[in-house]
Design a protein around this ligand. Structure first.
Ligand code: PLP
Length: 452
């Protein structure tokens, strides 16, 4: 890298690189931030600035940067067998072993795994799988999948359709047919003045209303993130998920938990379904499965679904990189480190509660209308008026102002509208949590000054 200056990299980037989820025009004016290396919970840009990575990359670098166990596992597998596919009655040791390991740590009777290369591919697989499942059950008319507004399930056509992001729908003529949405359980944003328990029930009962409106015989599945991540770390009231589970059971509708963010310890459990007491029929995972070191996703399915698929002949679906051997080897090493270092227990009992207690202390800031969190994921709501909880006008761009001040203070926080969110590596220490809170407060103070 030494032969490239930051400016020359920015020029090359601007000339040839189209970025995901980026306003390229705005980027070209400013030049891209160039991240060069990482160690533990920190990143360094090309100018040598150190940043505390409050987002673990994109909610994925759970074990932090530079873990030699993961790098060694990738190296060893590259030497042994860098690639082979899992099509046409073939397997390889890393995929077979990882499927068995995942079956051990997954809740309920989720004992069968279908590998993909990403979270989006998991959700495309879900659409194909649940429709195939119902066809094999002699119910081909069960094709509709119900999701939520402001959900995020990825960027492929099916993933973006399942997602409830309006700007994504507008750009692609989405959603695809037979994918419909109900309201999200976002209490701060949409339930002010309503008792949270009653609000959770009301939002869950929209599922029943939608099922009855469509006709239960047409509905294949309901999909949801246990905690909505990209939508703004939306943690539903405790009444929400049990009611969703009850309704799915009542109408025999498959329940799909998208745990692409929540899985692998983020909420203080291996999977957040355990925290919310639900037993999904299908569960999607990616990101933290390899701590983001290499792309991998998997859809876990219950015995009922697996047995139907197994009896149903060939499933005409799969990806060249489904269960890539190097990715599976890294995932296996990632899980082994998590078990050896009791990472999930640590998030549940120690560092998670510590972060939540410290994060809640930001609630006294004049700009903060609410703080919330679970395990090592958290959010705060920026408001113009703390008493009435009135938001800033959209054109003030309060969230983006705060995000920029945060970066300038050496902390990566993300803004979803005026909701500031964090999801740090699970190996973050107490000292680093203190640093995160100090930097977040500094960013809030600077934001207050800018917006006043
Ligand atoms: N599902 C959820 C809940 C996600 O948060 C994401 C990505 O952020 C995805 C699916 C898509 O995953 P990927 O970007 O790996 O395709």
């Amino acid at each position: 890298m030494a032969e490239f200056s930051r400016e020359s990299l920015q020029q090359l980037d601007a000339a040839h690189h189209l970025h995901p989820f980026t306003d390229s025009g705005a980027l070209h004016q400013k030049g891209a931030r160039v991240i060069e290396r990482g160690e533990g919970a920190y990143l360094w840009d090309l100018d040598g600035h150190r940043l505390l990575d409050g987002m673990a990359g994109l909610w994925c670098v759970n074990l932090g940067y530079g873990r030699q166990e993961l790098i060694a596992a990738a190296n060893a597998q590259l030497q042994q067998l860098p690639y082979y596919n899992l099509f046409f009655q073939t397997t390889h040791p890393p995929a077979a072993k990882l499927a068995a390991t995942l079956a051990e740590i997954l809740p309920g009777d989720l004992k069968h795994l279908f590998f993909t290369g990403s979270g989006s591919e998991c959700n495309d697989t879900v659409v194909r799988m649940v429709r195939h499942f119902w066809a094999e059950q002699g119910r081909p008319e069960r094709t509709v999948i119900i999701s939520r507004h402001n959900a995020y399930h990825g960027s492929t056509l099916a993933g973006a359709s399942l997602g409830g992001m309006k700007p994504m729908h507008r750009q692609g003529g989405l959603p695809l047919p037979d994918i419909v949405h109900i309201d999200q359980p976002y209490h701060f944003g949409e339930g002010q003045g309503v008792d949270p328990h009653a609000f959770g029930l009301e939002r869950a009962q929209q599922l029943e209303q939608k099922i009855l409106e469509l006709g239960p015989e047409r509905v294949a599945a309901f999909i949801g993130e246990p905690v909505q991540g990209a939508g703004g770390v939306i943690i539903p009231p405790d009444s929400y998920w049990p009611e969703i589970q009850r309704i799915c059971k009542k109408y025999d509708i498959l329940l799909v938990a998208d745990e692409v963010i929540c899985g692998f310890g983020r909420t203080g459990h291996w999977f957040a379904s355990e925290h919310f007491g639900i037993v999904p029929d299908l569960l999607c995972m990616a990101k933290g499965i390899t701590s983001g070191y290499i792309p991998l996703g998997a859809v876990a399915v219950s015995g009922r679904v697996a047995n139907t698929l197994i009896a149903g002949g060939e499933f005409f679906h799969g990806f060249t990189y489904s269960g890539h051997p190097v990715a599976c080897a890294v995932a296996q090493a990632n899980i082994a480190v998590m078990q050896k270092e009791h990472i999930v227990e640590r998030v549940h009992e120690d560092i998670g509660p510590y972060l939540q207690q410290r994060w809640a202390s930001l609630g006294d800031h004049p700009l903060v209308g609410e703080t919330r969190g679970l395990g090592l994921v958290a959010a705060l709501e920026l408001v113009a008026d703390k008493t009435s909880l009135t938001r800033f006008p959209e054109e003030a761009g309060a969230g983006l102002v705060c995000r920029e001040h945060s970066l300038d203070s050496g902390l990566i926080m993300r803004a979803v509208g005026d909701t500031m969110i964090i999801s740090p590596p699970l190996i973050i220490t107490r000292e680093q949590v203190d640093e995160l809170i100090e930097k977040a407060r500094c960013a809030l103070d600077l934001t207050l000054t800018t917006l006043s």
